[in-house]
Design a protein. Structure first.
Length: 385
């Protein structure tokens, strides 16, 4: 079980580091008159990228690109792009779009601000060695300005798709239109949403498959847990991040109905990705009654807002692998099971991997790349709902 002392706002998939910003001289602004999703606003060398990327000869870029919010507004999102060394295969490098787990909820919390992507560079190295170009979004509001709404699967799904477009725009002629996506935790919901949205939102791309690991598919059960005072400290930390960003997105949401005491006093610390010690101290101070909604009507209102961000919303045309854990300490396994069942009823083909004795941080995803290789090769699922 992962300690709250190592979590950003809970629901994290990878170890976290502090958020930093970098100024680099070799910026290449891209003049454009279009707001088309995936259009590059700026691209520049990832000058301080971790040595492990340099060691395999890969090209690394930081990028600002256009995307879409869940309400259809134009946004600008930051991220990172990686291209393998060597000659691309016929048709160009296939793309793996990585959807990351929780890093924070503020505008300086994008992984691409870090030389090692807050510890996630090891995964990118693995993807590059497997023959993928990699698109790595920070998500809306975690680096490119604008507002981050934590676990807004629809917006984050758009961000994932548009990172693929941005990669193709940055390196025309060497990147395929065939792609796959992998996401865990917060990113598991994002990759799931990307799979549902891809065929309509980006018909020029061909999504071969999506892997959604311990996904935050539907967390609308959190408000009732808060009302029942049934949350663990790590769940309380995640829920607090949800509350902060829901209040940003919905100014009519009265936070005084949902939090009080130490949570109210420590909101800045609880939303930070910089001062980890202060955030962790704040997490440990949370008492269950400090997050109890003042009325059941308040519970129901928040449930409705969170349900609107959930997946599934539509049938996904591409097959999905959903890995979830029976002992997940953040996301109730029953919530994921229900999301899978609902998606199957919509017609999505899902290979289900329930790991009964695993937790949010100990699940086995070692078969992910093999599964994706099979999808790119056109191999049908051996079993699916």
């Amino acid at each position: 079980m992962r300690s709250v002392l190592t979590m950003a706002c809970a629901l994290a998939l990878a170890p976290l580091g502090g958020c930093r910003s970098h100024n680099e001289s070799a910026k290449t602004p891209v003049a454009t008159a279009t707001d088309e999703p995936g259009t590059i606003v700026e691209v520049k060398p990832y000058a301080d990228i971790d040595q492990s990327i340099r060691d395999i000869g890969a090209e690394a870029l930081r990028v600002r690109y256009r995307s879409t919010s869940s309400n259809g507004q134009h946004t600008v999102v930051t991220g990172a792009l990686f291209i393998p060394a060597g000659t691309p295969p016929a048709g160009g490098w296939p793309v793996l779009a990585h959807a990351h787990g929780t890093t924070g909820i503020n505008n300086d919390c994008g992984p691409s601000s870090s030389p090692n992507l807050f510890g996630m560079v090891v995964m990118v190295v693995g993807y590059l060695k497997a023959g993928y170009a990699v698109a790595f979004t920070d998500y809306q509001g975690l680096g490119g300005g604008g507002m981050h709404v934590y676990l807004d699967n629809k917006a984050e799904g758009y961000n994932v798709i548009d990172s693929v477009r941005a990669l193709r725009n940055a390196k025309p002629g060497v990147i395929s239109n065939r792609w796959v996506t992998v996401g865990g935790s917060q990113g598991g919901g994002a990759s799931w949403a990307a799979a549902e949205q891809a065929s309509v939102y980006a018909p020029e791309l061909h999504l071969a498959g999506a892997v959604n690991e311990v996904p935050a598919a539907n967390i609308s059960g959190y408000p009732q847990m808060a009302e029942d005072e049934a949350m663990t400290p790590v769940q309380s930390a995640a829920y607090t991040a949800v509350l902060i960003t829901q209040a940003r997105a919905h100014p009519d949401l009265d936070l005084s109905q949902y939090l009080r005491g130490s949570v109210k006093a420590n909101l800045d610390a609880l939303g930070s990705c910089k001062d980890l010690e202060a955030r962790n101290r704040a997490v440990l101070q949370i008492k269950p009654d400090e997050l109890k909604p003042s009325t059941h009507e308040a519970t129901l209102k928040l449930q409705g807002l969170l349900q609107a961000m959930a997946v599934p919303q539509h049938k996904a045309d591409a097959p999905m692998l959903v890995i979830y854990a029976g002992k997940d300490e953040y996301i109730n396994a029953g919530w994921t099971k229900k999301a899978i069942e609902d998606a199957c009823k919509l017609g999505t083909k899902i290979e289900i991997d329930l790991q009964e004795d695993k937790s949010h941080g100990t699940f086995d995803g070692s078969h992910t790349l093999d599964w994706l290789h099979d999808r790119l090769a056109g191999k049908p699922l051996d079993k699916s709902c």
